[in-house]
Design a protein around this ligand. Structure first.
Ligand code: PEP
Ligand code: MG
Length: 868
């Protein structure tokens, strides 16, 4: 307890500047750092912690500014002959700090005295270690000066002391107070250095982050009896499995046991070698009990640093166990299942983006990375395979059972089958919403786009790295879509981890969240992935991909080339059963869940060949002269196809396509409803900008529904909605919502049109823009809440005002990002829809937002999850 005195705050601060770490000392992480706070907790647990004094941030800041450290007060807490160590204590231990300095107080006299008690060898070694550490880290001398010195005995010590004296032109300081003062000053200054600032800023530390220091009495790991030091943890850091890990090394200090693994003992009995449990069973049992107590009371997996001094155990420190993402998740689940932390706390401990490392294979953390180049990390996960330069070659490789990496300048819909066959995709051009990136994420296929550091010579079938290395077809590379790296060869990988801990964890997330999460899924495989990841339905099924299948491309092209509506219908009649089959399969997989099908969106000429060989094949297939085919393909070209004849414009100009799709959807609805629960399909019209477009399409779709209902003698209902992806649709959402049961915001096109920025070309200059802070982030990647967000808010408000029950959602690539989900929750959206592989990330992010709100306003009632 602090004393209530006049000017209390100043007194409290003063009291806390230098304080012994006792159970009730005024110590907190924001004033003394995480290590000091943790040591206080260990003291409160009655663990055998050597006597410790903490210096608060204010005291250390003064020292860095040149105020002499108050060594008299510090040393007053310790016996006169105690050796000391100093360790950093930053507010968040992850922000780092200068390295610890051990054995402060060693000098000629202590050496002589300790030679009597610990033995000469141990005493000499302690002194030698201290001279070395002091010279390098405090006096900032060149570490090479000790290169010529052999061993750590008397002679070595003499040479080290002489070397110090030669370099500094003064004898090695003998006074403990002088030594301590210099150590404190050098650590305080190191924290203020530019490199340290940059390093900790990269870990999220604020610019004014403080450093505390802890001064601790040394427990000797050297000397007579069983002496040594080690590190214990109760889980492994890679997978988070519960097992004792760590090492112990006799006659050592600090973390030497982890470095010199040959001589180090295992802790628990181990078939691989001798253990501390065998050598000192009581000590091991005591250590284990302390470790377990720390885990329970500090509510986390802790790494315990310990020392044995003549058989007596000391706990020097406890730090959070470093952990890979999969370990972090298992640890959080285990702690919650044992009631050590709450489920909400477990959910809050995992960064949503870290989940993506669990959903895909990754390059193993320690593997050597032979980097060729770097591009945009467009779809996470890593895969190795042989380079191929065409979709056909990827398919041929897959048929031979070989893993292939598809390399293209950029991909187009005609590469889809090749992408399905490949294990990864690498492109020269494109950004986060380019074709390769979107499809890659949907398929869970690792993908690096915009890798323009590499020279792509497609004609020569060759890639050249910036350092001159060349790769030809058949060479093995690795695409790491998590980091954006393209690596030579095939490094070791770690597998995806969708285990029981993962499922349990996401189940808890679903209980906590209050916004729905659906998946963007175009194929049965996507839908199955969406189902496996427990999406609450399909929020966007892009139907155009269905027309690129081999058996569909020809009737599709015939339809495009048809001269009359009758000819067009005849071609569409051939496509109808195939489309119906697609939808029946989707409805079956998604049984009981809503499926939102978007009518045909892209410009038709995407289905036509662009090279001469392709044109010739097409002329053959259609039995038309090549010149005729070439002329008509050219005539269909547009200057700006993304703003041309696509989406609903096509639906109005060539109505037969939407009619065929509507019929396929309704016939599939009737059939799938006969087998199981009634299906209520959702039909979505893309690229709308005017109410009249919706009226025209709605009239036609309604009449197809009536016709199918009569023909099949079946009753069904459906919902018709609009994809809001033009700025005008946002502004006129009030008009549009009159005819729309739902509005789904397509933020890919909306971002493109709001900025007037091509989503396929933005990759070329985006890094320059982000580097120069024109944009804080790539707006195709992270939702621009200021500009695009304002349009979303206007659209949502106006739509809801005109039709209070309208369902609102977001289905662009942003849908799976925590920032966009936060925005959608605030704007009162019903759900977000994202790539299937982002569904788990979205489920967790949504849960964290709801929990954070509850913590901020405990009385807030959580609304039921709306997936509709
Ligand atoms: C969008 O534009 O946001 C969208 C989801 O549609 P697409 O990416 O197919 O244009
Ligand atoms: Mg779109």
């Amino acid at each position: 307890m602090l004393r209530e005195l006049p000017g209390g705050a100043a007194v409290q601060q003063d009291e806390a500047r230098i304080t012994a770490v006792t159970a009730d000392a005024p110590i907190s992480a924001p004033t003394h750092g995480g290590r000091a706070k943790c040591l206080q907790r260990l003291v409160r647990l009655d663990l055998p912690v050597p006597h410790t004094v903490a210096l608060g941030f204010a005291a250390v800041r003064d020292i860095a500014r040149g105020v002499p450290p108050d060594t008299a007060t510090i040393l007053g807490h310790f016996p006169e002959d105690a050796l000391l160590c100093v360790r950093p204590s930053s507010e968040d231990p992850d922000w780092g700090g200068p390295g610890a300095i051990l054995n402060i107080g060693m000098n000629g006299a202590r050496h002589a005295a300790l030679s009597e008690t610990l033995g000469e060898e141990a005493a000499t070694s302690l002194y030698f270690r201290f001279v070395q550490a002091y010279a390098v880290h405090v006096a900032r001398l060149d570490p090479d000066m000790f290169d010529e010195i052999e061993g750590a005995g008397q002679q070595a010590l003499g040479e080290a002391l002489r070397a110090y004296e030669d370099e500094t032109e003064e004898p090695f300081p003998q006074d403990r107070a002088v030594q301590l003062s210099a150590v404190l000053r050098s650590m305080a200054r190191a924290w203020e250095g530019t490199t340290a600032r940059l390093l900790r800023r990269a870990k999220g530390a604020p610019d004014d982050a403080g450093l505390g220091l802890v001064v601790q009495e040394m427990a000797f790991g050297l000397g007579a009896g069983e002496c040594g030091s080690g590190v214990l943890q109760l889980v492994d850091s890679t997978a988070g499995e519960a097992r004792v890990t760590g090492r112990y090394l006799s006659q050592s200090q600090g973390r030497e046991a982890l470095r010199e693994s040959d001589a180090a003992l295992y802790l628990e009995r181990d078939p691989r070698g001798p253990s501390l449990e065998e050598r000192a069973p009581e000590v091991f049992a005591e250590l284990l009990a302390h470790g377990r107590l720390m885990r329970e009371k500090l509510r986390d997996e802790m790494q315990v640093e310990f020392t044995l001094e003549n058989g007596r155990l000391y706990i020097l420190d406890g730090v959070r166990v470093a952990r890979a993402p999969r370990a972090a998740l298992r640890i959080a689940v285990q702690l919650a299942e044992e009631g050590i932390i709450s489920r909400h706390e477990a959910l809050m401990r995992i960064e949503p983006r870290a989940l993506s490392e669990l959903l895909h294979r990754q390059v193993a953390p320690g593997a050597r990375r032979n980097r060729l180049a770097r591009g945009v990390a467009a779809s996470p996960g890593a895969a190795s395979g042989r380079v191929v330069f065409s979709a056909e070659a990827a398919q041929a490789a897959a048929a031979r059972g070989e893993a292939a990496v598809l390399v293209r300048r950029e991909t187009s819909p005609s590469d889809i089958r090749g992408m399905h066959a490949a294990v990864a995709v690498l492109t020269e051009r494109g950004g986060m919403t380019s074709h390769a990136a979107v499809i890659g994420r949907g398929l869970g296929l690792p993908c690096v786009v915009g890798a323009s550091e590499l020279r792509f010579q497609m004609g020569k079938k060759q890639l050249t790295a910036p350092d001159g290395r060349t790769l030809r077809e058949g060479d093995i590379i690795t695409v790491d879509g998590t980091s954006g790296d393209v690596l030579a060869g095939a490094p070791a990988m770690v597998e995806a981890a969708l285990d029981d801990a993962f499922q349990t964890f996401l189940g808890w997330a679903d209980e906590a969240r209050d916004i729905g999460v659906r998946a963007n899924a175009d194929t049965p495989a996507d839908a199955q992935t969406a189902r496996n990841f427990m999406a609450q339905g399909i929020g966007l099924c892009r139907t155009e991909h269905m027309f690129f299948e081999a058996d569909r491309l020809t009737p599709m092209r015939e339809m495009i080339f048809a001269d009359t509506p009758e000819d067009r219908r005849a071609a569409l009649d051939r496509l109808l059963p195939m489309q119906r089959g697609d939808f029946i399969e989707l409805f079956r997989i998604m049984q009981g869940q809503p499926v939102c099908i978007r009518l045909f969106d892209p410009p038709l000429h995407e289905f036509l060949p662009s090279d001469r060989a392709g044109l010739r094949d097409l002329a053959d297939a259609l039995d038309l002269p090549l010149s005729d085919v070439t002329r008509r393909v050219e005539a269909m070209g547009e200057y700006n196809p993304m703003l041309g004849m696509r989406g609903v414009r096509l639906g109005i100009a060539v109505p037969e396509i939407y009619e065929m799709q509507a019929r396929a959807i309704f016939e599939a609805t009737v059939e799938a409803s006969r087998e199981g629960a009634p299906v209520v399909p959702e039909i979505m019209i893309p690229l709308v900008s005017a109410k009249r477009e919706v009226e025209l399409v709605k009239t036609r779709v309604d009449s197809v529904a009536a016709a199918v209902s009569t023909e099949k003698a079946a009753r069904f209902s459906y919902r018709l909605g609009v994809m809001v992806e033009t700025p005008r649709a946002c502004l006129r959402a009030g008009d549009i919502a009159q005819h729309a049961a739902f509005l789904s915001f397509g933020t890919n096109d909306l971002t493109q049109m709001t900025y007037g920025l091509s989503r396929d070309d933005a990759g070329r200059f985006m890094s320059a823009y982000v580097e120069q802070r024109v944009f804080a982030e790539d707006p195709f990647h992270v939702l621009d809440v200021d500009g695009v967000g304002e349009l979303l808010s206007i659209g949502a408000e106006r739509g809801r005002a005109a039709r209070p029950d309208v369902t609102l959602s977001l289905c662009g690539e942003h849908g799976g990002h925590p920032e966009s989900i936060a925005f959608c929750r605030k704007a009162g959206f019903d759900y977000v829809s994202c790539s299937p592989f982002r569904v788990p990330i979205a489920r967790l992010a949504a849960a964290q937002l709801a929990i954070a709100d509850k913590i901020a306003q405990p009385e807030r009632l959580v609304a039921p999850i709306s997936g509709a």
